[in-house]
Write a protein that binds this ligand. Structure first.
Ligand SMILES: [Zn+2]
Length: 128
């Protein structure tokens, strides 16, 4: 299960809009699938309009900072500036974390979550 408040989802969307026309990427941090914080990452891919790469060192720095807090990585999100909120071939190929991958289609702001590389949809609850 994956949960986020409407407010934190809006913060995620605002960041992803600001990254257009590139894909934006970041982390949802929380506990037991419930998001309490949104982190933004830099997209370092050479063609960021259609791909994303997060700096592993930046991800590890954030995860290390969580050790003492009881918080954990809840999901990894990124945007698709064009196209649907479904995983691309490269999304599947680079998915090695065992947390849901949230994909936002920027043309209609449809938000879906996936277990990858299996491509099983994960239910996302948005708390109003
Ligand atoms: Zn993607």
């Amino acid at each position: 299960m994956l949960r986020i408040s409407r407010q934190l989802l809006e913060a995620t969307l605002a960041y992803l809009r600001s990254e257009l026309p590139s894909e934006g990427v970041g982390l949802w941090i929380g506990q037991r699938g419930r998001t309490v914080r949104v982190e933004q990452l830099e997209n370092r891919h050479s063609t960021p309009q259609t791909h994303y790469t997060a700096d592993p060192a930046e991800v590890l720095r954030i995860l290390k900072s969580l050790d003492a807090t009881g918080m954990e990585l809840v999901a990894i999100y990124h945007s698709h500036p064009k196209g649907a909120a479904v995983p691309s071939e490269s999304d599947k190929a680079q998915a090695f974390w065992r947390v849901p991958y949230v994909i936002v289609a920027m043309e209609n702001e449809n938000v879906r979550a996936w277990k990858l590389p299996e491509v099983e949809e994960v239910v996302l609850y948005v708390d109003e």
